[in-house]
Design a binder for this molecule. Structure first.
Ligand code: NAP
Length: 460
């Protein structure tokens, strides 16, 4: 009996030791890249059951290879402001993994962007893109440029300079960037124009998130937020719950937040709070989305302007306080590590039933542990916010075929993809002995497809 137990224990211990060694190696090799280390640790720990079942992944050093980007590009972005001053920012592109398709992932313009942020996002993107079932590899990029307070012409000059260098490294079958924080349709338009001018050719599939008039896909703008709500609705359905008549809190008020709020409202939820980096608003009557769209999409104003139009609402400085607002469903849709252990405990005390991550890695590991320990339904970012990149892949498909689908066609495909990601994640969780844990299930389902493709393609 004892021998049998030892025989069983050995592969598990081997896998755990291997993962611990690799995490230590990643920490030593990427010092000061805390967000990247955090993302790697979360994924690697969850893959232990896969390594036990398939030791060939250890033999083939798949994890050793997957934590090292295929390519990391860093470059100077010089530009001239409206007063004639020369400014210099730093641009990045990490091409992390191309086992299942051309590199694909957004560009972020925010002062916090650095090597660690770009690498954590690129690493997560590998598994997210795999989960969509589409042929897209993992990448991410951006710059520490701050678009806030810049004129339209400054944004244009910056985007042109950024693309002048980036264009050397991307292509419709090589690497296809999109938007992210600080990069919306305007920035994509300026970058597309510059790429076209440099190449002297109209390659529609070079960027996604384009304007509808020149190769963009209907439904792309809404895709991440809508996809998040479709995913969470599936998860709720399994427990006989729904968005209908639920109270919802959504952090942020950017692209992902706005369309998560819109779809949640369409499904009958009451959204009572949202935020930006200055603070959050609470509206007991339910957030008026037209006002938010006007302030954020049209006028580019701060969220506190909302209370001037809706006198029953209140504004509080500091975005973390939003998690003290009682709700049934919380959707963090702003940025990484915005929801910590303290916030998770507050949500649990207020009897939150489900949390769905719209942003990338918005919850700290400690916060996730609190949700899991307290049986809160938890939809991890990699799975729940994959709708945006999924529709980006649909945009690439439309560009290749030189046709355009209707909004209804795109939305139908998005719903199918989100349901499929949910069922894949649940299935993987039960197959690998962690039934119902979608965090682990999603990591495993995303990983296995990439790992098998890497093995089939040899050591390259
Ligand atoms: P966005 O349109 O630029 O909006 C970002 C929102 O988050 C804004 O309200 C912003 O407030 C807030 N925010 C940004 N940094 C913050 C910080 N450090 N602290 C507090 N609030 C902050 O960006 P987005 O496209 O919605 O992206 C939001 C998140 O979703 C990101 O994690 C992104 O990686 C993820 N995501 C986006 C997509 C997509 O298709 N866009 C797809 C998958 C995942 P301010 O305006 O005050 O800065």
């Amino acid at each position: 009996m004892k021998v049998l137990e030892e025989m069983k224990a050995t592969p598990l211990q081997n896998a755990k030791d291997y993962v611990d060694r690799l995490i230590k190696y990643v920490e030593e090799r990427n010092p000061n890249e805390l967000e990247f280390q955090q993302a790697v640790k979360e994924v690697l720990h969850s893959l232990v059951p896969v390594l036990v079942k398939n030791p060939t992944y250890i033999k083939q050093a798949i994890l050793d290879r997957i934590v090292e980007p295929e390519r990391f590009i860093s470059f100077r972005v010089p530009w001239v402001d409206d007063n004639g001053n020369v400014k210099v920012n730093r641009g990045y592109r990490v091409q992390f993994n191309s086992a299942i398709g051309p590199y694909k992932g957004g560009l972020r313009f925010h002062p916090s962007v650095n090597t660690s942020i770009v690498k954590f996002l690129g690493f997560e993107q590998i598994f997210k893109n795999s989960l969509t079932g589409q042929p897209i590899g993992g990448a991410k990029g951006g710059s520490d440029f701050d678009p806030k307070g810049k004129s339209d012409m400054e944004i244009m000059r910056f985007c042109q300079s950024f693309m002048t260098e980036l264009s050397k490294h991307i292509g419709p079958d090589t690497d296809v960037p999109a938007g992210d924080i600080g990069v919306g349709a305007r920035e994509i338009g300026y970058m597309f124009g510059q790429y076209k001018k440099l190449k002297g050719a109209y390659e529609a599939g070079i960027l996604t998130g384009k304007g509808i008039g020149y190769g963009g896909s209907l439904g792309r703008k809404e895709a991440t937020g809508y996809g998040l709500v479709y995913f969470v609705e599936e998860m709720l359905k399994d427990k006989d719950l729904s968005f209908s008549a639920s109270t919802v809190v959504v952090s942020g008020s950017g692209n992902v937040s706005i369309y998560a709020m819109e779809k949640a409202m369409q499904l009958g939820a009451k959204v009572v709070a949202c935020s930006d980096s200055s603070g959050y608003i609470y509206d007991p009557n339910g957030i008026n989305l037209d006002t938010i769209k006007q302030l954020k999409e049209v006028e580019n104003k701060r969220i506190y302007e909302y209370v001037k139009v809706h006198p029953d609402s209140t504004f509080k400085v500091g975005c973390a306080g939003i998690w003290s607002v009682p709700c049934d469903i919380a959707l963090p849709c702003a940025t990484q590590n915005e929801l910590d252990k303290e916030a998770a405990v507050m949500l649990v005390e207020n009897e939150v039933k489900a949390v769905g991550e719209g942003a990338n890695m918005p919850s700290t590991q400690e916060a996730i542990d609190v949700f899991i320990e307290n049986n809160v339904l938890f939809a991890p970012a990699k799975a729940a916010n994959a709708g945006g990149v999924a529709v980006s892949a649909l945009e690439m498909a439309q560009n290749s075929a030189r046709l355009a689908w209707t909004e209804a066609e795109v939305d139908e495909k998005l719903q199918i993809i989100m349901k499929d990601i949910y069922s894949k994640s649940v299935k993987a969780s039960s197959e690998y002995g962690v039934e119902g844990n979608i965090v682990v299930g999603a990591n495993i389902a995303g990983f296995v497809r990439v790992a098998d493709a890497m093995i089939e393609q040899g050591v390259i």
